[in-house]
Write a protein that binds this ligand. Structure first.
Ligand code: NDP
Length: 288
């Protein structure tokens, strides 16, 4: 048996073209969805991510604004900028690119974003609503993974999903989203005793750690669906995930490659969340 390879690029393109249709419908109603990205300092990786996000926005007809602030920007200065965008009716999504310089507390910044424009889904209101229900934005990477699993028609109800990693941006919300889909969820992390004991029982494994080849063929059961979130570099500097892809391929039921798996889904769901935010303003207008 060889696993089917889940093509993240293809799924991302499909969702992006649906989002582009939503954008053109919104434009017909007089609203152009707008995403503002704030970049503080000169981190090269952040600059690359921001530029990819802006290009993706423009490609599907969204309005995009980049606000670049100096490395020595104060927390107050950044909050003032966020407040301006909170009040700006042409902006439906606000994203502050992380990490931030050390003089700025990330939590304070995330909490200053209007939850209705928090398209990253990191604000405590959105995190809370992910757990309790209600109108929320979901963090883009785990949201993209759920969409990917649905596109591939992977049954989640009643299945055992093991999430390796418990960060606020990937692991924790991933588990909650799987729970919403009626999966039985186990979280593993750096203090988990006997990782393989847990992963071997999984119908679905989500590896979100940042350690190359952490998940080997000995960690998985036959036919498991393996989603690799990790972004690491191999000895030659090539991008690779957390999963020993070549050795898991013959054993897994389905698997995401790195690159070309989860990666393209993250920006895609940022666009979908921004379109969603613009659609919600329209609903709020008709309700008031
Ligand atoms: P974090 O570093 O914030 O979290 C890593 C998690 O892995 C922690 O919960 C940690 O546990 C856990 N962990 C560390 N070592 C082990 C171990 N030996 N066994 C089991 N669990 C372990 O990373 P992120 O969640 O932000 O990102 C994870 C990976 O996903 C990274 O490679 C990142 O680059 C990538 N990523 C990819 C994205 C994409 O779009 N494709 C988007 C976001 C991230 P503990 O909590 O105990 O420390």
């Amino acid at each position: 048996m060889t696993a089917s390879i889940i093509d993240g690029k293809k799924i991302a393109q499909h969702i992006q073209s649906t989002t582009a249709e939503r954008v053109s419908q919104l434009k017909e109603k007089g609203i152009t969805p707008g995403l503002a990205v704030i970049l503080v300092g000169n981190n090269q990786a952040s600059r690359t991510y921001v530029s990819m996000k802006r290009k993706a926005c423009e490609k599907i007809g969204m309005h995009s604004v980049l606000i670049e602030l100096a490395d020595d920007t104060t927390e107050e200065g950044l909050i003032n900028k966020v407040n301006e965008l909170n009040e700006d009716n042409t902006i439906h999504g606000i994203l502050v690119q992380l990490p931030l310089p050390s003089q700025i507390d990330e939590i304070n910044i995330i909490e200053s974003i209007d939850p209705n424009k928090d398209v990253d889904g990191f604000h405590p209101i959105n995190v809370g609503r992910l757990m309790t229900g209600g109108e929320a934005f979901y963090p883009c990477t785990p949201y993209g993974i759920i969409e990917m699993l649905k596109y591939e028609q992977v049954e989640l109800r009643g299945k055992h999903a093991v999430v390796v990693g418990r960060s606020n941006i990937v692991g924790k919300p991933m588990g909650q989203l799987l729970l919403k889909e009626d999966a039985t969820v186990t979280y593993c992390h750096s203090r988990t005793a006997d990782l393989a004991y847990h992963t071997k029982q999984a119908d679905i494994i989500i590896a979100a750690v940042g350690i190359r080849n952490l998940i080997t063929a000995d960690h998985i059961k036959d036919g498991a669906v393996i989603i690799d979130v990790g972004m690491n570099r191999d000895d030659e500097g090539k991008l690779c995930g957390d999963v020993d892809y070549q050795n898991c391929l013959p054993k897994a039921g389905a698997i995401t490659p790195v690159p070309g798996g989860v990666g393209p889904m993250t920006i895609t769901m940022l666009l979908a969340n921004t379109a969603e935010s613009a659609e919600r303003t329209l609903t709020r207008k008709t309700q008031s």
